[in-house]
Structure formats: C-alpha cells, structure tokens
Design a protein around this ligand. Structure first.
Ligand SMILES: Cc1cc2nc3c(=O)[nH]c(=O)nc-3n(C[C@H](O)[C@H](O)[C@H](O)COP(=O)(O)OP(=O)(O)OC[C@H]3O[C@@H](n4cnc5c(N)ncnc54)[C@H](O)[C@@H]3O)c2cc1C
Length: 304
C-alpha cells in the first residue's frame, strides 16, 4: 500500500479529495471491477497537472477513467491512482463559427443534444454512444460511417512528463476505434471540434435514424460495455459468435446477450474473471472454426 500520495504534496485541498479503496464498478457501464487503491476526480486542468506531477515524481501508477463504458476492470482493482475525468471537468463552449471546445469530461450525449439545439450538424449520428469526450477521442468512437475524428479540429493533451500539447487533426493518427491517445499515455484535456450549420429537420432526421438503430441495444437491460469485440475486416464479430450457437451462453454471472451476440451482459454481481473467461472462450472457438482472431474492443485494466 502507498502512503497518501499527497502526503508530501503541495495542495492540502486537493489532498482531501483523494479516496483510498474506492469501488470502481459503479463507474463502469458493466458494473464490474475491484477498487482503486487511490481515487481522485479532478475539477480543473491545474489539478490534473498537479496529480500527474505527483504520480510521476513518486512513481505511482496512474490510470485514467472516463465514462467507464469501454473498460473491463480487474477484480483485484487497480494499483496506484485512478484519475476519473468526468463531470467535474466538463465545461464546453460553442463558438460563433461552428467550433466547439469541450473538456474531456463532457458527456458525448450532452454535446450532441446541445449541437442539435444550435442547429449544428456533424455528431448527431453518434447519438447513443455513452461516455465522455476524452473516451471518444481515445477510442475514436464511431457509428453509422461517422467517427469522432471526422469533426475533430484539434486535441489538447498532457504528456506523461506534464507538457501541454495541442495537435491538429492531421498530426494525430487515428483509425477504426483507436487514436494515438489510446497508446501514447497522454491525458486528453480538451477537444476542439468543428460542426456545420444545417437545417434542423435534416439534423433531426439523422438523429432519429441513429436512435432507431440503437433500439435493439436499448432493449438490453443488463449492464454491458457495448460491443465486446472489434469487427474483423469484412465481417461482423456478432455474426461469428452467433454462428457458434453461443447466443445466450452463460459463464458464471455473465451471459452472451440472447439478442445481440457481440454484447456480454452482467447478470448481477459478475466478476471480471467471468467476463474475461467468456471472452477467451469465444475467441478460442471463433479461431478454431474460422481462423479469425477476434480482438476485444473493451480495454482491460489491471491484472487478468
Ligand atoms: C451500450 C453501449 C453502446 C456502445 N456503442 C458504441 C458505438 O456505437 N461506437 C463506439 O465507438 N463505441 C461504443 N461503445 C463503447 C464506448 O461507449 C466508447 O468507446 C466510448 O467512447 C468510451 O468513452 P468513455 O468515456 O466511457 O471511456 P472509458 O471507458 O472510461 O475509457 C476508455 C479508454 O479511454 C481512456 N480514456 C478515457 N478518458 C481519457 C482521457 N481524458 N485521457 C486519456 N485517456 C482517456 C481510458 O483510459 C481507457 O483506456 C458503447 C458502449 C456501450 C456501453
């Protein structure tokens, strides 16, 4: 166990907001996972900078959590510090020229609703994707042939050494469900996106279409993390799993959703081990049958 990470730190006020042993499961859409050794939800850029500096100087492992809608957290929990970038760091501003600046903790859904009310188009097709702007940047969240980076103008981040960097979209590599931020250990602070003015009816139509496509997912009532596997090139993970006859399969307290084969649902008090085992079994069986390696879309955090 670490001593209090801020015991030798500069800010007593911030120090008070560190919590030890905080359960992380409630912060994930899967409702799975053990506690954080230390947990903090910063409320400003300067707090994020201070926390980063302390973890760096004291050698404390740091994990960033956003909306928790794409992670599987180990039953053992996470060592070191979990920095939860969410509603306390969630300001945004719509600028006159269609640009929007949003801090990493802003909910994607909040941004979409606001854009629609301002008759600005570009992200309405992403309606229904849970999580934060930070998560959408890291994962390049996407749906209906649209992805978050389609509208990104620039991203502001902090490097592990604490340097603040602004990169234009053409300086950031990104692809299907990934961007550089998934791999570079930087903390996403802010995204500037550019939206286009459009007729309210046209925007509403695309929003309604996105909402309708989500309908089968809305019917899944149990906690889940969306699609568990990335679609392999030219195929669908759900189709390959369905072909195994695995829909509805139960492993411990998790189940392959009976209505959507690429979703694994928590039947109540599921462990990360249950989910991990089911994921491995499905990978193994799909490989055996089709020689296709299904890659998890969800990020595994902690020890498995
Ligand atoms: C019901 C459901 C439906 C979904 N549908 C879709 C879909 O259609 N399309 C799609 O793309 N995804 C979908 N997802 C997955 C998920 O919503 C997206 O990947 C989302 O963008 C993740 O955002 P988050 O804030 O929840 O990230 P988290 O799950 O909290 O984190 C994901 C990763 O991003 C990192 N991260 C988060 N914030 C930051 C930050 N500020 N700085 C640095 N790293 C950060 C984390 O460390 C982690 O590695 C779905 C999930 C669910 C539960």
């Amino acid at each position: 166990m670490f001593t209090h990470p801020f015991s030798a730190g500069p800010s007593a006020r911030l120090s008070d907001s560190f919590i030890s042993g905080k359960s992380l499961a409630p912060f994930t859409s899967w409702r799975i996972g053990g506690p954080a050794e230390w947990y903090v939800a910063p409320g400003s850029e300067s707090e994020i900078q201070q926390i980063l500096k302390l973890t760096q100087t004291q050698g404390i492992p740091l994990t960033i959590l956003g909306g928790g809608s794409n992670v599987l957290i180990s039953d053992q929990g996470l060592p070191g510090l979990v920095m939860h970038i969410t509603h306390r760091f969630a300001d945004f501003a719509f600028l006159p020229d269609g640009r929007v600046r949003a801090q990493a903790g802003v909910r994607l859904g909040t941004l979409i609703k606001k854009a629609i009310s301002m008759e600005l188009s570009g992200i309405e097709q992403l309606w229904g994707i849970p999580g934060t702007v930070g998560g959408a940047v890291t994962m390049n969240a996407g749906a209906c042939q649209t992805e978050f980076f389609d509208v990104v103008e620039s991203i502001t981040s902090l490097t592990p050494s604490g340097q603040k960097v602004v990169r234009r979209r053409d300086q950031i590599q990104h692809g299907y469900r990934w961007s550089d931020y998934k791999f570079n250990a930087e903390i996403v602070l802010e995204a500037t996106i550019r939206l286009q003015p459009a007729a309210a009816e046209a925007i509403q139509e695309r929003f309604d279409a996105a909402d309708a496509r989500r309908k089968p997912q809305h019917d899944i009532r149990q906690p889940n993390c969306g699609s568990v596997f990335r679609n392999p090139p030219g195929d669908y993970a759900g189709r390959l799993i369905e072909q195994l006859g695995a829909k509805g399969r139960v492993q411990g307290k998790v189940q392959v959703s009976p209505s959507h084969a690429n979703f694994i649902v928590n039947l109540g008090k599921a462990s990360a081990q249950d989910a991990c085992q089911l994921i491995r079994n499905l990978q193994h069986e799909v490989w055996h049958k089709n020689q296709i390696l299904l890659e998890p879309e969800a990020i595994f955090l902690g020890e498995f």
